[in-house]
Design a protein around this ligand. Structure first.
Ligand SMILES: Nc1ncnc2c1ncn2[C@@H]1O[C@H](COP(=O)(O)OP(=O)(O)OP(=O)(O)O)[C@@H](O)[C@H]1O
Ligand SMILES: [Mg+2]
Length: 236
């Protein structure tokens, strides 16, 4: 089976600064991967590298078997990379509905399908981006990326800074996207145990290099590795 995404020995960074050191991992069609690690280890830089916002020193990134390493960010989005940035990146002066439809492409994720996933967005359809709560902004950011009907969805800390009840709601929606809809996804998340429960595989980064790559279920039970690289104990 062709991988939807493959990173091969990717060494990349910003300008002359190298952040990622020979990062390799792959993702099969319909699978979800948790990308974990402490602050500043290179999680966002990994997603930025898939989107095309970093400088590659060596290695390459393949999407559905095609080398996309030399494509511009715009061409990568066209090729099927759906990106939900850490800062959310919605259009504040457009309505919810305009945000979703502005870059939409035909496919499973129609406007109605996005509204079915996030009923709050349907209620707020005429509100402007800057009139939304943090949780609603995050839902909109995910909905906008889905409406592009991408081959892979990249989520960078979708629950960051949100109230616990909203975190639960978003994680349930993400579970539905990856488990029921089979959307291939890479999810950066601080709630390690909760995201391991809804992903197939996991990668832990440590100082820009892959420290762990394996099954989410195995990592979930591996208290020593979780403790060493994520600083979480066995309390969860
Ligand atoms: N635009 C940039 N230019 C130069 N260096 C950067 C840039 N963005 C990030 N870095 C550096 O790259 C390293 C990795 O940062 P990155 O944002 O990828 O980490 P992260 O794992 O996403 O952290 P966090 O959990 O805090 O979001 C850090 O040392 C950071 O200072
Ligand atoms: Mg980050």
């Amino acid at each position: 089976m062709t991988d939807v995404l493959t990173l091969e020995n990717l060494t990349a960074g910003y300008g002359r600064a190298v952040v990622l050191q020979k990062v390799s991992f792959n993702l099969e069609q319909g699978k979800a991967l948790a990308l974990l690690g402490r602050n500043g280890v290179g999680k966002t830089t990994t997603l930025n590298s898939i989107v095309g916002l970093t400088r590659y020193h060596s290695g390459r990134v393949m999407l559905n078997g095609q080398d996309i390493s030399r494509l511009s960010p715009e061409r990568r989005v066209e090729a099927g990379v759906g990106w939900v940035p850490q800062e959310r990146g919605i259009f504040r002066s457009l309505t919810v509905e305009e945000n979703i439809t502005a870059s939409a492409r035909p496919g499973r994720w129609t406007l109605e399908a996005v509204y079915d996933l996030f009923p709050r967005l349907r209620e707020r359809r005429q509100n402007f981006g800057n009139q939304l709560s943090g949780g609603e902004q995050q839902m909109l950011s995910i909905g906008r990326a889905l409406a592009l009907n991408p081959k892979i969805l990249l989520l960078d800390e979708p629950t960051e800074g949100l109230a616990p009840i909203i975190v639960e709601e978003l994680l349930a929606s993400i579970r539905r996207i990856v488990r029921e809809e089979g959307m291939a996804a890479i999810i950066v998340e601080q709630h390690a145990q909760q995201i391991l429960a809804i992903t197939d595989s996991a990668v832990i980064l440590d100082r820009g290099a892959v420290a762990f790559c394996g099954e989410s279920a195995a990592l979930s039970a591996d208290k020593a590795t979780l403790g060493r690289f994520l600083g979480i104990g066995g309390e969860e």
